[in-house]
Write a new protein. Sequence first.
Lengths: 809, 206
Amino acid sequence: MRVKVNDRELELAPGTSVIDAVFAAGYDVPYFCSQAYMSPIGACRMCLARIGAPRKDRDGNWLVDDATGEPKVFFFPTMMATCTTVVMEGMVVDTLSKEVKDAQRGMVEFTLINHPLDCPVCDKGGACELQDRAYEYGTGRSRFVFDKRHQEKHHPLSELITLDRERCIHCKRCVRYFEEVPGDEVLDFIERGGHTYIGTLEEGLPSNFTGNITDICPVGALLDATSRFRGRNWEYDHTFTTSLDDASGSAIVIDARTGRIERIKSGINPEVNKSWIDDGIRFGHEYAGDPERLRRPLLRRGDAFEEASWDEAAAFISERLGGLSGKDVGIAIRADATLEEGVAARALAELIGTGQVDHAPRHGPSLVPVHGATLQDLATATAVIVLGDVTEELPALDLRIKDALKGVSPPPLFAHGVPIADLRLKERMPRARERLTVVAPYRVGLMQHAGRPVVVPVGGEAAWLQAMTDVANGTDPDEGALGMGRAEAQGLVRQWREASKAVMVVGGFVLASAKATDAAAALAKAVGASQLLVPPMANGRGLEITQVLPSHARYDYRGMLAGSAKALLLSGLDPARDPATAARLGACELLVVHDLFLTDTAKLAHVVLPGKSGYEKDGTTVSLEGRFLPVRAAPVDNGEAEDLTGVVKVLGEAFGKRLEGRSVRSARRVLRKELGFDPAELDRLGLLHDLPRRRSGVSVGPRQEATGAALRVPTMVRPEYLARNPRLRAALGDLALRLHPADAAGHDLHDGDEVRVPVDGAPWRLRIVLSEAVPRGVCLVPATPDAPVGRAHVALEQVVHERRALEVA
Amino acid sequence: MSTSRGHELPTVTPFFADKQDLLARILSRYPDYGRRSAVMPLLWEVQRAERHVSRARVDEIAEILGLHATEVKGVMSFYSTYHEHPVGAYHLQVCRTLSCSLAGADELAAFLEEELDLVNGETDAEGRFSLQFVECLGSCGTAPVLQVNDSYFERVSRSRCRALLDAMRRDALPAPTVERGGDNEVVRVEGADRSATGEAGEGDRA
Ligand code: SF4
Ligand code: FES
Ligand code: FES
């Protein structure tokens, strides 16, 4: 379509909105209600322009202007909202004339009539769309001499989001967001006309994706409660980086001020998280600023710790190591360490001469699928099979799956980014639920959106997958394991097979078992689906492909803890909750713990080294789809904290060696050779880079799979830090033990009780949550890095009440 | 974490428990994908029977239609027809938009406030009268207009208003005035003698 915007002519695809035409032509038009990835609704009337187009007569010939001989342009009688108007052949758009400017000025004035103009005390000030647009397009003077509307200014929509109802300009972005993006319609306009306000009846906004509305609100009406009144926008240092909270590779922006992280906003990566992040990523950062963080190394002197310098700590470690045989030393890092830290761990292991090096948590099976899918594949799939609870395990997947149900393929990209007004998107679009099958051992949130939810028994995934594979291969299935009639199973299989693109998402419940993982691969193969495997932590896939793995299965992390190592260096891991492990750790000849806090394990250590959080590291991570993404350090005051490359540097020096991996730069030299590209050159969008399945295909996994009738389930939040994230904790409550009400009755448990209960023999303090979503006889407890997703034993008969919920008569 | 609804289910008897036929009839008017459209008739059934729609009823309707309570509340609050708190037996709605305003609606409103000792939005202790100011009732030609429950009373002068109030206090509300023809004809008031109070006439002066 040929379109002329002011003086510039351009060629655009049919279906493009006029507002995108204007931006594509390099002009600007103000707007409030349109928002990338959401439907245009023409609510704010800010994007007005004068639009004209040629017309045809009855015979289909262009009506011609006699004077010029050109097709005559007929202008619409009124200004048009450019966001809801589609381009037409020969269209002429005028955004510069006086009439247009007057109309825009009028709209700014109208929008400001009831706006309190309290920018000096508003958190959005300096980064506010209304402020900017009023400045660019307004008159700078108000003629409104009457009383403004007064409404509530500090309304807590939830513990995480505060609403100022006076500032709201009723663009409806937040309301539409909940319906269109996560599909949880928990927010709505209440009342009408000048009295309209945003409100909810749902206590605490029950959705895992509420924080995004604070990003898209064009004014300061919706604010992130963790950062309220913490700083002005121009004072923040913005760090564009990748979240290490899960393996989605979501782009985030860390806003820090005077050495403290104040808030996290969603970054933009159209192929990964678009512009959305979950609440765990957004609000789960407060722990990084906790006053109890370790700032200097600690050395044990008798029963107490003394602060020491890094050199003293390193000298102590190297001296102790000198007296040990190298192969008795174990090194384990948490699976959200960067690739560079992985290289450092490998280099240190090589120096010491040990094969006992591992990352944890790590499932037995490889995280590199044979036929891998990308997140874009998932978002454009016509059949999706989900095994597990992705809304908690890797929430970004949940949103991409909902994209697939809408069936709107990725939007075109303009020079100004994705369309501001994508006219294919509508409010309340029909969702093709039949595309989605969700299989889990309890009722998970995503099942509400699934055409076919299947609840399998605990540990029953392998049998279900096997039975479905049999159906697909035409052999006799175990009908009992199908959970549905054979005809229906055949229908499902046919649907997956005939789908133009089928993607299977494999979560932790399946990956915890080698047998189930193989069965999943077999089913995927049988129906022609590609796979996404969900790593237990951010960089699981990266640490696997860069071989931060033991030389032998018995030297894995569990093996080290079980006694194969006499000396241990643990980075970010805290296995001491289990009493037997704690006893063995206490007996170690050398225990070095590298962590943010004085954890239970650190308390047993000889040396404690201050570590960096995922917000403070420079490095590289690999997401679940195999995308290499840069991690950048926000300027945070963390004392003398170092990541593992820093640890390896001083240790190497103590041994008189300059190790590879002694700095991020030196580690990258190694990575460049191994990967074939330089991680330092990655841009924010990252790089999908398929590494050959080298040794990574080999299963170096736990030799024994967990048993038990209970389940450790993934949570969106990081349980290990929940206590230090006060806002998130207030919003979501303490770590929960979830069970069916009928089971609770037998153990005198009530909703909200706080109890102590052994989980696999380790004591846990948990809050009882009764839920019909949990099958009878099952209880759900949170998974942690040291006790990842999978089966467990919960000794309900040993429950001790810490505090009873107030009985409501 | 858990995204379960945060509040207890209502313990009151569901409104539609003994009205399954009615419910089925209402739902049958809409295709399955448009089930949510039934929110209006369901709200209306409750409002008519209970003179308000309580939170428990909002939850019940949400449950029936598979919506969040917030959405039901959004619809309900949009219309001045639905009420959170019970309205009185006589729900007086005074139009104060332009035509009525010019014809003395503000004086009428002040008179009612004084007479009933109520302000906009209030219901008296007895539960007899509720007073509400509303926007244009679409009967501008016969301003000022007072709507009592579902009926219009037109050209309501102060004396007429006083007479109406007295009648309502005796529970003898007269039939509505039907001056304009048209819309009001469809308001059938059981047993009302139209010629008794109606100022008959063409009156299409709007
Ligand atoms: S709260 Fe913000 S996003 Fe929501 S309608 Fe108001 S201005 Fe728009
Ligand atoms: S009307 Fe709001 S952006 Fe067009
Ligand atoms: S102005 Fe009162 S009915 Fe129209």
